[in-house]
Design a protein around this ligand. Structure first.
Ligand code: MN
Length: 245
C-alpha cells in the first residue's frame, strides 16, 4: 500500500483540502479517494489554534465511517478528549479556539459532537503500524517500544515526545531530539514539533512544518519518501519554529 502521511493540521482545513487535492485525491461523497488506491494517514493534532478545527474533525469522522482512517493521536487530541469528558483542563495552547467553535453549535449538535468525538478518540491506537517497517507516531517512538505491551510510558512518549520534565520560560516543555539516537530498522513518521522544513534523521522524518504558525502543511509520501506541501494561509510566527541543528 502507498500512503500520504499528513503532518499537524491544527484546524487549517483549507490548507488540508488543498494538500489532499494536490496529492491527487478527489472528493467522493463525504471522503476523498485516490485513483491509484493510495491512502491518507495523519500524525495527529488535527485541532486547536487554527480557524476550522471542527471541519477537520468532520472529515476525519467521515474517513473513519468509511473504514479508511489512519490517524495517530496527538497531545491536542488527548486534551480535547479530556475536555469533552468533563475533566478540568485548561483552555490554553489553542484548545480555546476549538472549544469556542464547539460552543457555537446548538445544544443538540454539541451532544452529538461530544459522543462522536469520544467514539473517534477511543478507537485510535497510540501509533500506527502501516507496514511492517513503517510506523506513524505523533511525537515519535523509541525502537524498544514498538510492538511492546501498551503502557503509560509509551502513551506519554507518542503523545508528548521525549520530554525532560523541565520547561522553557514561555511554558513549553524542553524536548530531547529522540530521532538523533534512533537506530531502528522501522521508518518512523512523526510531527509535534514545528520545523521550517521536514526534519529527516536516522530513518525518521518529522513532517510538522508548522502550518498553523504560517509555515506549510506537508505530506510524506511512502514508499516514494518524497514530500508534498502547500503554503499556509495563517500569519507567520517565526519564533514558533524549532531547529534541531
Ligand atoms: Mn503535538
Amino acid at each position: 500500500m502507498a500512503y500520504d502521511i499528513i503532518g499537524d493540521i491544527h484546524g487549517c482545513y483549507d490548507e488540508l483540502i488543498q494538500l489532499i487535492e494536490k496529492l491527487g485525491y478527489r472528493a467522493d461523497g463525504t471522503v476523498y479517494r485516490h485513483p491509484e488506491g493510495r491512502q491518507l494517514a495523519f500524525v495527529g493534532d488535527a485541532t486547536d489554534r487554527g480557524p476550522a478545527s471542527l471541519a477537520v474533525l468532520r472529515l476525519l469522522f467521515n474517513l473513519q465511517d468509511a473504514g479508511s482512517l489512519f490517524y495517530s493521536p496527538g497531545n491536542h487530541c488527548s486534551k480535547l478528549y479530556r475536555y469533552l469528558r468533563g475533566n478540568g483542563v485548561q483552555l490554553t495552547h489553542g484548545l480555546e479556539t476549538t472549544v469556542n467553535e464547539f460552543h457555537q453549535l446548538s445544544t443538540e449538535e454539541q451532544i452529538a459532537f461530544r459522543k462522536r468525538y469520544k467514539q473517534f478518540y477511543e478507537s485510535l491506537p497510540p501509533y500506527l503500524e502501516l507496514e511492517p517497517n513503517l510506523i506513524v507516531a505523533h511525537a515519535g517512538i523509541k525502537e524498544n517500544m514498538i510492538g511492546m505491551p501498551l503502557s503509560g510510558k509509551i502513551w506519554a512518549f507518542v503523545l508528548y515526545g521525549d520530554t525532560t520534565g523541565t520547561f522553557l520560560p514561555d511554558g513549553r516543555p524542553v524536548r530531547r531530539d529522540w530521532a538523533a539516537s534512533y537506530s531502528g530498522s522501522s521508518f518512523i513518521v512523526y510531527g509535534h514539533t514545528p520545523t521550517a522544513e521536514p526534519y529527516i534523521k536516522n530513518n525518521t522524518v518529522n513532517i510538522d512544518t508548522g502550518c498553523v504558525f504560517g509555515g506549510k502543511l506537508s505530506a510524506f509520501r511512502y514508499p516514494e519518501k518524497t514530500v508534498v506541501s502547500v503554503p499556509s494561509q495563517q500569519s507567520y510566527q517565526p519564533d514558533r519554529f524549532h531547529s534541531f541543528v
